[in-house]
Design a protein. Structure first.
Length: 290
């Protein structure tokens, strides 16, 4: 781990800024990996190798060494980091709740740092300023956290907390380096949710269908407010049939929910994509024949 205790104040500040930048980018890295399959990861690896080869050819050895060092640090950090979702906002405003949260995750090893993300604010201010001033959105009561451990082994052990209750909420705990894959055959798509719907409401409602692996409400990346739809992934495929019986029935927030198999949504997206390509090719051929 890089130390900030350097005699030169300029170097100390440079290291502090770089670490701060890495911490703010950790959420972006996690969500990018969340739905990537193995082939996509292989493509990224191959792309990185090609970039490194080009750097060698250009004889930019110093730049290459820096890139490799940054990449190594980023990978090491991700391996030691867990994503924690569906946490109450009170964690950043209540010392007691924060101690409870940190204490629970400290059971698995020494914590290097904790970063809170996906916070919805009530005013359009720079996020850091809004966070310091505690300008939280009154209808968005949850946030995400990233717990960075000193050791990779600690992050693996902490995954047992996924789906457990902490501060009266079912938390989602996932590896940042290797996120739990989205298995469409064990998942449902839920539409017609209110924009202020909360994950815990869906946990409570759909638990009658079977054991839940995770709940994910899709949110606006800028405001962190819901878009009106979500996914629930069960531990067993049989739970899907039970969940489909709740289609068009009133659920959380007293709204009728649209519930379909997630794989049907994926199939429609693929068909739409292929249809678009066919139309494009058809137009291209038409133009060529004119």
């Amino acid at each position: 781990m890089e130390s900030l205790d350097h005699k030169d104040p300029k170097i100390r500040e440079k290291r502090r800024r770089r670490r701060s930048s890495e911490d703010w980018n950790i959420e972006e890295r996690y969500f990018k990996k969340l739905f990537k399959n193995e082939s996509e990861e292989d493509n990224i690896k191959e792309k990185n190798e090609n970039i490194i080869c080009k750097l060698y050819k250009n004889d930019e050895k110093k730049l290459l060494e820096k890139k490799e060092t940054d990449l190594d640090e980023s990978v090491k950090k991700d391996l030691s980091t867990v994503f924690v979702g569906n946490l109450p906002v009170s964690i950043v405003s209540s010392k007691s709740d924060y101690r409870t949260f940190k204490g629970k995750f400290s059971e698995f090893g020494r914590i290097r740092s904790i970063r809170f993300r996906s916070i919805a604010f009530s005013e359009l201010l720079p996020k850091k300023i809004a966070y310091i001033q505690k300008k939280f959105h009154p209808k968005r009561e949850i946030l995400n956290a990233y717990v960075v451990y000193e050791a990779e082994e600690s992050s693996k052990k902490a995954l047992v907390l996924n789906g457990t209750l902490l501060l009266n909420r079912h938390i989602r705990v996932d590896s940042v380096a290797y996120p739990t894959p989205h298995v469409s055959k064990r998942s449902i798509f839920i539409g017609n949710l209110s924009f202020d719907a909360q994950e815990e409401q869906l946990w409570s409602y759909f638990s009658q269908c079977g054991e839940i692996e995770f709940v994910r409400i899709v949110r606006n990346s800028e405001t962190n407010v819901g878009k009106g739809f979500a996914y629930v992934q069960f531990k067993n495929q049989e739970s899907i049939d039970e969940a489909l019986l709740l289609h068009d029935k009133k659920g959380p927030c007293n709204r009728k929910l649209r519930i379909v198999r997630a794989k049907n949504i994926s199939k429609r997206k693929q068909e739409s994509k292929h249809k678009g390509l066919d139309t494009k090719n058809s137009n291209g051929n038409t133009e060529a024949n004119k």
